[in-house]
Write a protein that binds this ligand. Structure first.
Ligand code: CP
Length: 361
């Protein structure tokens, strides 16, 4: 039995197989209407969501399954202080698979380590959002016809943008991918993404400020929201919130076959006037997300049925309780009696196993 915490938990071959399944689901939905009969998905959302929670629920319903869950921490016993570990053990008694989102980085990992059913990370703080990446990959694949030989611009909040972190991890598998990281200095890509993904995989990337100056070289433009909820300093958010707005004059500078993606929700970073441009693919991305989540549910439930034993989540060499993570939103700060676990990265720095942030040594 396997969970999905990070998109790199899936091999390149598995990603292609899942995309094939998702395309087949979209062409022949009638073949899938009973595939999850008598199975139940629990959506445990401690943080707001429209697309991810509802597309998971629609996915399970369209597979003939059932859905239960909560959509905010305050309507669950988390409000009384129940741990993620205990919640996972309890919900394993009521459901066959869990999709969970929380502002705590590493919370899905902790749940997966305690559940007796598969757990899907539907977003853990600014850390990972692997099922958004499944939607992104299918959209790029369908629109561009390939996942290699692409120049991808990621624009906006690259520091807290978990969708960007997961996308870079996924694209590291494909040949000749170049990333153009477009952000203000304060929201630039974290060092751990460079040290763990970009540098070891010899990926071509550059960091720039101007969207206007870089848009003409892009095959894919991945816009992101500046996320108010991730900022500790609200003045900094106010200063940075309008850094980038994609509008029609900027689209005029882009290639005729560039595609625009956005995980949504948007606030004002893409003008609604861009929506009618055939290169705007962000609403197609939402539908692709549902089909990929259907393919993922099918895959994880089939694996759990064939082998109910939980796969080991920690596969690296680690040290226990030698270093403490100081990331204020790491699950290790709040979860009851959780070991502090760290692993060495490619730069010989210890990083927290839950949130990937460097620990003080
Ligand atoms: N893309 C995404 O995660 O959207 P929601 O926050 O609405 O789920």
């Amino acid at each position: 039995m396997r969970s999905l915490i990070d998109v790199t938990d899936l091999s390149t071959q598995e990603l292609y197989e899942m995309m094939d399944t998702a395309i087949d689901i979209s062409s022949h939905p009638e073949k899938y209407v009973k595939k999850c009969k008598n199975k139940t998905l629990a959506t445990l959302f401690y943080e707001p969501s429209t697309r991810t929670r509802l597309s998971f629920e629609a996915a399970m319903l369209e597979l003939g399954g059932n859905v239960l869950g909560f959509s905010e921490a305050n309507s669950s016993s988390a409000a009384k202080g129940e741990s993620f570990a205990d919640t996972a053990k309890v919900v394993s008694c009521y459901a066959d698979i869990i999709a969970t989102r929380s502002p705590k980085e590493g919370s899905a990992f902790v749940m997966a380590n305690n559940a007796t059913i598969p757990v899907i990370n539907a977003g853990d703080g600014g850390h990972c959002h692997p099922t958004q990446t499944l939607a992104d990959l299918l959209t790029i694949y369908k629109e561009k016809g390939r996942l290699d030989h692409l120049t991808i611009g990621v624009c906006g909040d690259l520091k807290y943008g978990r969708t960007v972190h997961s996308l870079i991890g996924a694209m590291s598998r494909y040949e000749n991918i170049k990333f153009v990281m477009i952000s203000p200095l304060e929201l630039s890509i974290p060092d751990y993404i460079k040290n763990d993904i970009l540098i070891p995989n010899h990926m071509d990337y550059k960091e720039v400020y101007s969207l206007e100056e870089s848009i003409s070289e892009l095959d894919v433009l991945y816009m992101t929201r500046i996320q108010r909820e991730r900022f500790e300093d609200k003045d900094e958010y106010e200063r940075l919130k309008n850094s980038y707005v994609l509008d029609l004059p900027k689209m005029d500078l882009a290639k005729k076959d560039m595609i625009v993606l956005h995980p949504l929700p948007r606030v004002n970073e893409i003008s609604v006037k861009v929506d009618d441009d055939p290169r705007a693919c962000y609403f197609k991305q939402c539908l692709n997300g549902k089909h990929m989540r259907m393919a993922l549910i099918l895959k994880l439930l089939e694996e759990a049925s064939n082998n109910p034993v939980r796969e080991k989540l920690i596969t690296k060499d680690v040290v226990y309780n030698q270093y403490k993570c100081t990331n204020p939103v790491c699950i290790s700060q709040t979860e009851q009696e959780l070991d502090h676990i760290s692993a060495l990265d490619s730069k010989n720095k210890y990083r927290c196993i839950y949130c990937d942030k460097e620990v003080n040594q």
